[in-house]
Each structure stands twice: as structure tokens, then as C-alpha cells.
Design a protein around this ligand. Structure first.
Ligand SMILES: Nc1ncnc2c1ncn2[C@@H]1O[C@H](COP(=O)(O)OP(=O)(O)OP(=O)(O)O)[C@@H](O)[C@H]1O
Ligand SMILES: [Mg+2]
Length: 250
């Protein structure tokens, strides 16, 4: 199962990704966790050992120029657009307690269609990950779907859009949905986050013209932790209910 999590900045993508990953590990699944956000944070949320020292893929300049056969001094020159990437997770990405963490990092020129070696390498790697059979891949995305090419998008089983009960969050969510549909993704689900009451859920459902697949309430433990990830009983239950709904278990 390959799940890409997206939504407006600050909506709770990393929190929900980390919750899902923890839940799946508890169920004795091994998970590939992919941090696609240039503002790296999934490793911290997962409390990954020495997360601050993990070198993002984009910064592996020598490896990228070797694999793409590009000249780092001539970034606009010719290079290979289908580099070998199948050994990258095992050789270059750390593993801890059932989780393999892949940190993509920040591509220097983040334009959507940028054809620099770094971006091509990242896209190839994501493309490879979503096609690996029998593996669970959870991707913490940036808002939007810049990293997803059309071919890659076909490999994503579920596109999960996090929406907060606010007009701007809903606007972004709807925009992302149309981008994802344009890429040919069919299973696009919404999860409502930071919900205070029933009327928040009604507002989100009505604004999205779709029923959310999960509801995560405003969580006191998270609020008190000031940005640190905490997986308390309430969040655990809500993430599990959401997982069952999106994976068709309920
Ligand atoms: N249900 C919740 N209740 C209370 N606080 C929450 C909840 N979900 C997320 N938060 C808090 O909101 C902040 C943003 O969450 P998070 O980092 O998961 O969002 P994000 O979408 O990944 O942000 P970014 O776009 O910056 O990557 C964090 O401080 C987090 O602890
Ligand atoms: Mg995040």
C-alpha cells in the first residue's frame, strides 16, 4: 500500500503521517517512510535516531551525478533521465524499528517541471518506491504534488488530503484534489484535522462536497508538546479509525 499525504502548510500532514507509521509498525508491518517536504520533519516526529545527521537524498551530489551521469559543473548539460535507484533505500537510508526513512530534501530549483539531475533522481526514486510490491510506503508530501510525475502517481494507491476547518485550508484541499485527479489518481480521500466539534465536520464535509474518511480532533497532548509529535491514546484511536476507513477495513 502506497499512501501520499498532502494538504495546506501546517494542516497536520507530518502528524498524520507519523501516526500512521507508528500504527502500522505496531501491527508489525515494515514501513518505508518518505519525507518529501523540503522542511524536513518526519524523522523528528518519528524520533529517529540521529535524525539531524541523516543526509537528504538531494544532497548526495556525487551519487546523483554518478547515477545520472551528469556533470555537477554543468547542471544544464545532458544527463540520464532514468538513473539506477533500486538499491538506494537499502544502501543509503537508515532503518530503525521496522521503519526505513527516506529523506528527499530540498531540490535547489523546486519548479514543478524542473529537469535538473537532483529532481530527476528524486522522481525516479519515488517512482521506484511506489512500484515496489508488497511494501507499505507512507509519503509526507509538500502541499501539492510537485514531486509526483504522472507515471509515479499511477503507483500511489491512496492520496490523503488533510483539511482543517478553515476556508483557506479547504481551498488548498480542493486545489490539490484537482491536481491529483489530473494526474490520474482515483483514490483521493480527505481527513479532517484539528476538529473541535460536529459543526467543524459539517463545515468540512459541506465545503468539500465529500464525506471525510477520518476525523482527528484538536489534541491537547499535541498542543502542549509545542510541535513535538506525541501519539496519545486519543490520536491513536482516531488514526486507527481513519486507517481502517481508507484501507477498506471498515
Ligand atoms: N489534531 C491536532 N491537534 C492539535 N495540534 C495539532 C494537531 N495536528 C497537528 N497539530 C500541530 O499543528 C502543527 C502543524 O502540524 P504538522 O507539522 O503535522 O503539519 P504539516 O502539515 O506537516 O506542516 P508543514 O506544512 O509545515 O510541513 C504542529 O505543531 C502539530 O503538533
Ligand atoms: Mg510537515
Amino acid at each position: 500500500m502506497k499512501i501520499a499525504i498532502t494538504g495546506k502548510g501546517g494542516s497536520g500532514k507530518t502528524t498524520i503521517a507519523a501516526g500512521l507509521i507508528k500504527l502500522l509498525v505496531e501491527k508489525e508491518k515494515s514501513v518505508i517512510a518518505v519525507d518529501c517536504d523540503p522542511d524536513i520533519s518526519l524523522g523528528l516526529a518519528l524520533d529517529f535516531p540521529e535524525y539531524a545527521r541523516i543526509k537528504p537524498i538531494c544532497e548526495m551530489k556525487d551519487l546523483i551525478s554518478q547515477r545520472t551521469e551528469s556533470d555537477p559543473l554543468k547542471p544544464q548539460g545532458f544527463f540520464k533521465i532514468n538513473p539506477k535507484v533500486d538499491d538506494i533505500p537499502e544502501k543509503f537510508c537508515p532503518q530503525d524499528k521496522g521503519v526505513r526513512l527516506i529523506v528527499m530534501g530540498k531540490v535547489d530549483k523546486p519548479q514543478g517541471g524542473c529537469l535538473c539531475p537532483e529532481n530527476t533522481f528524486v522522481r525516479s526514486l519515488i517512482g521506484h518506491l511506489v512500484l515496489r510490491q508488497d511494501e507499505i510506503v507512507i509519503m509526507d508530501m509538500v502541499a501539492g504534488s510537485e514531486h509526483l510525475g504522472r507515471a509515479t502517481a499511477r503507483g500511489v494507491d491512496i492520496f490523503l488530503i488533510v483539511a482543517e476547518p478553515s476556508e483557506t485550508s479547504i481551498q488548498t484541499a480542493v486545489h490539490i484534489q484537482s491536481l491529483a485527479q489530473g494526474l490520474g489518481i482515483t483514490k483521493i480521500f480527505y481527513v479532517a484535522n484539528k476538529v473541535k466539534n460536529e459543526s467543524d465536520i459539517d463545515f468540512i464535509n459541506a465545503s468539500l462536497k465529500a464525506k471525510v474518511k477520518g476525523v482527528i480532533s484538536v489534541n491537547k497532548a499535541l498542543e502542549q508538546a509545542r510541535g513535538r509529535f506525541v501519539f496519545d491514546e486519543t490520536l491513536h484511536k482516531e488514526v486507527e479509525t481513519m486507517y481502517n476507513a481508507i484501507s477498506g477495513l471498515s
